[in-house]
Design a protein around this ligand. Sequence first.
Ligand SMILES: NC(=O)C1=CN([C@@H]2O[C@H](COP(=O)(O)OP(=O)(O)OC[C@H]3O[C@@H](n4cnc5c(N)ncnc54)[C@H](OP(=O)(O)O)[C@@H]3O)[C@@H](O)[C@H]2O)C=CC1
Ligand SMILES: O=C1OC[C@@H](O)[C@H](O)[C@H]1O
Length: 374
Amino acid sequence: MAIVPTLRLLSTAAGRPSNSIRWGILSAGRISSDYVQAIRASDGAEVTAIAARSPDAAQIFADKHCIPKIYSSYSELIRSPDIDVVYIGTIADHHVQWTKEALLAGKPVVCEKPMALSSVEVGELVDLANERNVFLMEGMWTRCFPAMKKLRLIISSDEIGPIVYIQGDFGYSMANIPPNDRHWMPSSGGVTLDIGMYIAQFGSLAFPNGRVKHVHATGNKMNGVDYSVMASVMYQRGGDEMVDQDGMMQFVLTGAANTEERVVLQGTKGRVVIDGPFHIPQRLRVCHDLGRGESNETVYNFPLPEDPFGTWNNPGSIGFIHQINEVGNALREGKTQCDCFTWSDSLEVARIIDDVLVQVRSDKDLQSIDQEVA
Ligand SMILES: NC(=O)C1=CN([C@@H]2O[C@H](COP(=O)(O)OP(=O)(O)OC[C@H]3O[C@@H](n4cnc5c(N)ncnc54)[C@H](OP(=O)(O)O)[C@@H]3O)[C@@H](O)[C@H]2O)C=CC1
Ligand SMILES: O=C1OC[C@@H](O)[C@H](O)[C@H]1O
């Protein structure tokens, strides 16, 4: 029998709107802290509980963020009747285990990116959510920003024609990240599993009826993890697109520099430039082709939400508000997926990431700079 998400949207408690979504936070790390601040700054959502591996850590986190309840284990949090959705903010190595446990308990889940370390595992989670009829979303928050909705409209309206190629960069300096940090873990560290998905997700937006034909990738390693990556992805288009060549996506990821972080989607009639930092997109420039080397430009600005905190572990995290709102709306409507980033999107991105990793991790010719991190 299908399990219906246990939302008690009609009950009220003093001082709280009747349809407020109650979030339970699994793990007390850096991104959980940012996510909780964004929930606190949003309307229609609240944090009701936190669990960490250590109860002391959970208590410190709860005190800092005014969270009323702590649980002394992740499993207790998952079983709590006082939460509507679990946010999984552990390092990626533990995403699958806790997402599975939550889905089996019938609890809606938002799991941070990457949802799993391989597409096979993503497939298992998607199958489980589907079988149990429980909401599941990977934390691809970029997709929930208003700028991305505008981008979808521009693409679907044919304003710039079918997309010929996508090109983007995402890099931030990892030079001062300490050696015991998650970024250097052989299992889940490296740039591909940290930031590769932010550009890879543009493929299913730009080539919605397409399928990934092949992925080529190479790069550099540092301390055993992928540190800089260049990847090209070819998409076979669906039959309804008026272009007879494959769609192309090319990206650079690096831990060696803070890059511009810009994405360009070039169509047959013009282009959209998402100015950096594109993973928290705030400005689109739409250029209509007027001839070779000539175009006109329209700029669309989408400022970040008002920020009552000012201090975050990751830049732009106030933008989580968009995802928190999307998840709230999906849960209120009884959906099991978020329209902004569906299960199929997660699967497609995970398959690209698999292919990049297998090539970059096994490439014998890669320049490998195995030195101590400062
Ligand atoms: N959407 C976004 O913009 C961002 C997403 N992320 C993603 O969020 C996830 C967490 O990143 P971040 O918060 O920076 O990570 P942290 O290093 O802060 O770790 C998060 C939590 O994971 C648990 N944990 C840490 N190390 C271990 C370990 N060795 N064994 C078991 N559990 C461990 C701890 O949980 P506990 O508190 O219970 O002890 C810790 O608090 C990653 O998947 C990352 O990609 C990260 C940054 C930005
Ligand atoms: O997910 C991420 O995106 C934003 C970056 O600041 C962060 O390090 C990375 O993990």
